[in-house]
Design a protein. Structure first.
Length: 456
C-alpha cells in the first residue's frame, strides 16, 4: 500500500514511476535514514505516542534493515519509490503494524532534509581526512627539497627565482583554505530540520532539541518552512567542491607542464601515468589530466543546483530531488581525486638540475632595480634603468652578469662594482626574508606554521 495512495484510484504510470522514483541513487542514504528513524521513534516514545516496547521493536527492526543494507542483501521492491519507502516497507515486513506508527507527524520533506544533512556530515569528515593527507604529502616534499631553486613564473614567463618548496607551499595554503571552508560548511549543515513536518511543524509536542541532540546536531532549524526547503548547505558544499577542484586543476596543470620533456623539472611516478596504444615511448600524465578535466563536471554541479533552486516557491517541491545526484557525484569524485593527488605529490621525483639549468640572470632584473633604489633612485626610474640594462645585454648577446661595468655606468652612475655580487640566484632568493617570502628561513617558518594548522 502506497504511503500516499488513499486519495488515488489510478495506478501510477510505469513511465512516471521511472521518471519520479529516486531509489536508484538515494539508496546510499540508508544509514542516515535508519539513524533518523531510530531517533524519531525515541521522540515519539518520549511524548507517549508509542510505547517503550514499540520503540524497542522499531529500533530492532531498523537495525535489521541497516544490517541487510550493509551486507548487500536488502531487496529493492517495485513499489520502493525512494530510500524512505524502501526502509519503511521492509520495517513493516519485520515488525508488523508498529511500523505504521513511525511516520506519525513526520513527512518525507523533513525526513529527506535530515537524511541528507546526516549523510553529508559523514562525507565531509571523510573529505577532511583526504585534504589533510594531500597537505601532508605537500609538506613532506617541501621539507625534502628545501634547497632546490626554480624559476618562478607570471604569465607563464620566467619572473624571479624562488624555492621549489615555496611553490609547493602555495598549494598547501590553498588547500588549507579549502579545509577551513569545508569546516564552515559543516557548521551550517549541523542543523536538524526533523520535526518540521511537511512544512507547518509538528502537532504532537515533540522535543525537537532533544531529537537534534540524539542525532548529533548542534541546533534545530528555526522555521519549519525553511527547514524542509533549505538546500543552502548543499549549495555551499558544491561551491566548496568547485573551488577545491579549481585548486586541484591548477596544481595539475603546473605539474603537467613541468613533467614535459621541454621543462623536465619533475617526473611522475609510473603508477600515476599511462602509455600510448600506438607510441611505445609515451608516458602520459593521465592522473593529472583527469584532475584538470573533471573541473567541468564539478563546477557544473554547482551551476546546475543553483539553476534548479532559482525561483522555486516555498516550501518543498519535487525539483529538490535534483539536489542529490550532483552532490553524490561531487563527493565520490573529490574523494578519489584528493587521494590520487596525494599519491602523485607523494611519489613525485624532483629534478633540481633541470630547474637550475632554467635559471638565468634575466630573473635578477628586479634585483638590479632594487639595488638602485638603495642608492636613492626612485623605483619607477630604477625599474626603467634596469630594463635598459636587460635590453643592452640582449643587444650584446650576453646576460646581465656578463655585461661590462662601463655599460652599466653608461646607463646610470649609481651602478657600481657591487652589481655583480647582486646578480646571484641564491642571494636573490635568500634576500626575500619577509614573512611569506621565498627565503629558506621564511619557507621554514611557513612549514612550521603549516604543521601547527594541521594539528588544529
Amino acid at each position: 500500500m502506497k504511503m500516499w495512495g488513499g486519495r488515488f484510484q489510478a495506478e501510477t504510470d510505469a513511465l512516471m514511476r521511472e521518471f519520479g522514483d529516486s531509489i536508484r541513487f538515494d539508496r546510499r542514504l540508508y544509514r542516515a535514514d535508519v539513524q533518523g528513524s531510530i531517533a524519531y521513534a525515541g521522540a515519539l516514545a518520549r511524548v507517549g505516542l508509542i510505547s517503550a516496547e514499540e520503540r524497542e521493536e522499531l529500533t530492532a527492526g531498523l537495525e535489521q534493515v541497516q544490517a541487510e543494507f550493509d551486507a548487500g542483501t536488502f531487496q529493492i521492491e517495485p513499489g520502493d519509490e525512494d530510500i524512505h519507502t524502501a526502509v519503511e516497507r521492509r520495517l513493516g515486513e519485520l515488525v508488523g503494524p508498529a511500523a505504521g506508527r513511525l511516520h506519525t507527524g513526520r513527512s518525507r520533506n523533513d525526513q529527506v532534509a535530515t537524511d541528507l544533512r546526516l549523510y553529508l556530515l559523514d562525507e565531509i569528515n571523510s573529505l577532511h581526512k583526504e585534504l589533510v593527507a594531500l597537505q601532508e604529502a605537500i609538506l613532506q616534499q617541501a621539507e625534502n627539497h628545501l634547497g632546490v631553486v626554480m624559476p618562478g613564473y607570471t604569465h607563464l614567463q620566467p619572473a624571479q627565482p624562488i624555492l621549489f618548496s615555496h611553490w609547493l607551499m602555495a598549494y598547501f595554503w590553498k588547500f588549507q583554505r579549502d579545509r577551513e571552508r569545508l569546516a564552515n560548511a559543516a557548521r551550517r549543515t549541523q542543523v536538524c530540520p526533523l520535526g518540521s513536518g511537511a512544512l507547518a511543524g509538528n502537532p504532537f509536542g515533540l522535543d525537537r532539541r532533544a531529537l537534534a541532540a540524539d542525532l548529533g546536531f548542534d541546533r534545530v532549524s528555526e522555521n519549519s518552512v525553511d527547514g524542509v526547503s533549505d538546500r543552502d548547505f548543499v549549495v555551499e558544499f558544491l561551491a566548496w567542491a568547485a573551488l577545491t577542484q579549481v585548486h586541484l586543476s591548477g596544481m595539475a596543470e603546473d605539474l603537467i607542464l613541468w613533467s614535459s620533456r621541454e621543462f623536465g623539472f619533475v617526473e611522475l611516478d609510473e603508477r600515476y601515468t599511462t602509455g600510448s596504444s600506438l607510441m611505445p615511448q609515451k608516458k602520459n600524465p593521465d592522473a593529472l589530466e583527469l584532475l584538470r578535466g573533471k573541473s567541468g563536471r564539478i563546477v557544473g554541479h554547482l551551476t546546475g543546483l543553483l539553476t534548479t533552486l532559482k525561483g522555486l516557491p516555498l516550501a518543498y517541491n519535487k525539483d529538490l530531488q535534483e539536489d542529490k545526484e550532483g552532490l553524490f557525484d561531487s563527493i565520490d569524485t573529490l574523494k578519489l581525486e584528493l587521494a590520487v593527488a596525494a599519491g602523485v605529490v607523494r611519489t613525485l621525483q624532483v629534478n633540481p638540475d633541470r630547474m637550475e639549468t632554467a635559471l638565468d640572470a634575466g630573473l635578477l632584473a628586479t634585483d638590479l632595480a632594487d639595488h638602485l633604489v638603495r642608492q636613492g633612485v626612485p623605483f619607477r626610474e630604477s625599474h626603467h634603468l634596469a630594463g635598459l640594462a636587460v635590453r643592452r645585454a640582449e643587444e650584446l648577446g650576453c646576460d646581465l652578469r656578463e655585461l661590462d661595468l662601463a655599460e652599466y655606468r653608461a646607463i646610470h652612475p649609481a651602478f657600481d662594482g657591487e652589481v655583480y655580487a647582486l646578480l646571484d640566484i641564491r642571494r636573490s632568493v635568500e634576500a626575500r626574508v619577509s614573512e611569506g617570502g621565498t627565503a629558506s628561513t621564511a619557507v621554514k617558518a611557513q612549514i612550521e606554521q603549516a604543521y601547527v594548522n594541521l594539528s588544529i
